[in-house]
Design a binder for this molecule. Structure first.
Ligand code: URA
Length: 263
């Protein structure tokens, strides 16, 4: 049964009809398993649309994370004060000059859950904090719907600077920022990573598989043993509210995975 608070939160994110877990998801801690998602070329041409949570479906294999090329300045990211100073000082790509403020991340530095989005938008660029605009408000409601306090989560992005006009991040910008995200993950040591949106998911998993095929599956962050789940970006949900039902499935999987990790 959903608690009245959960029902309130679900209404808040726009889900007015939902199915109880028992009618949708088998009561099991098992997650979908597969091995072919790293390389989209090996996906069968007629791969099933989106595996349902709890069915047998793929788990992706880790691949080696790229390291920054030697031309980029390597910063001291060994602890939080150095990491934050380093992000502030970084001029490894042109976005450092066009952004208003650096947006390192927000939340609890010992969080069990780390949420990773794409890049700061307009509001985030002004405030220096990730996910503070409309998408961020929806993300908070998504957390609360599964009884997670957004302040107990750590939230960051692939990029720490806003790309002009919210254009997609470029590979060299992602590369330039990657030492900071790797350091954040190493310092937080999250039990679970929740990757929101295509840019986040494809870069973390080092593939080009559409989000619709990456969600509903338990991945592992390459070169680590950290479980990683993928879902749609909240900004996409604001434009496509019909997808909220799928995201609710992803949130329930996330809740189970966190419960499992806490055991
Ligand atoms: N979208 C993102 O991916 N990150 C933010 O911080 C805000 C919007």
């Amino acid at each position: 049964m959903l608690t009245p608070r959960q029902q309130h939160c679900l209404r808040g994110i726009g889900i007015t009809r939902w199915q109880e877990r028992s009618s949708v998801v088998p009561m099991t801690d098992e997650f979908p398993v597969s091995d072919s998602l790293q390389n989209p070329d090996v996906l069968p041409a007629s791969s099933p649309a989106e595996p349902q949570v709890g069915e047998h479906a793929p788990v992706s294999k880790p691949v080696v994370q790229p390291v920054a090329p030697p031309t980029q300045q390597q910063f001291d990211v060994s602890d939080w004060p150095h990491l934050l100073d380093s992000i502030e000082a970084c001029r490894n790509c042109a976005l450092a000059d066009s952004c208003t403020r650096k947006v390192p991340g927000k939340g609890f530095e010992q969080a069990d859950l780390m949420i990773i989005g794409e890049a700061p938008g307009h509001e985030e660029d002004l405030q220096g904090k990730p996910f503070v605009g409309r998408a961020g408000q929806l993300l908070d409601k998504m957390m609360m719907a599964i009884d997670l306090d957004p302040k107990k989560v750590y939230i960051t992005n692939i990029l720490k600077c806003r790309p002009p006009n919210n254009r997609d991040p470029r590979p060299e910008e992602i590369q330039a920022c990657s030492q900071f995200l790797r350091a954040q993950i190493a310092l937080i040591k999250p039990k679970v990573i929740f990757s929101v949106g295509r840019i986040s998911a494809q870069n973390l998993l080092q593939n080009s598989t559409p989000v619709g095929k990456l969600r509903g599956i338990q991945h592992v962050l390459p070169a680590t043993d950290i479980p990683l789940l993928v879902t749609y970006h909240p900004a996409y949900l604001l434009r496509n509210p019909a997808e909220k039902a799928r995201v609710w499935q992803d949130l329930k999987t996330l809740r189970r995975l966190l419960n499992h990790a806490a055991d």
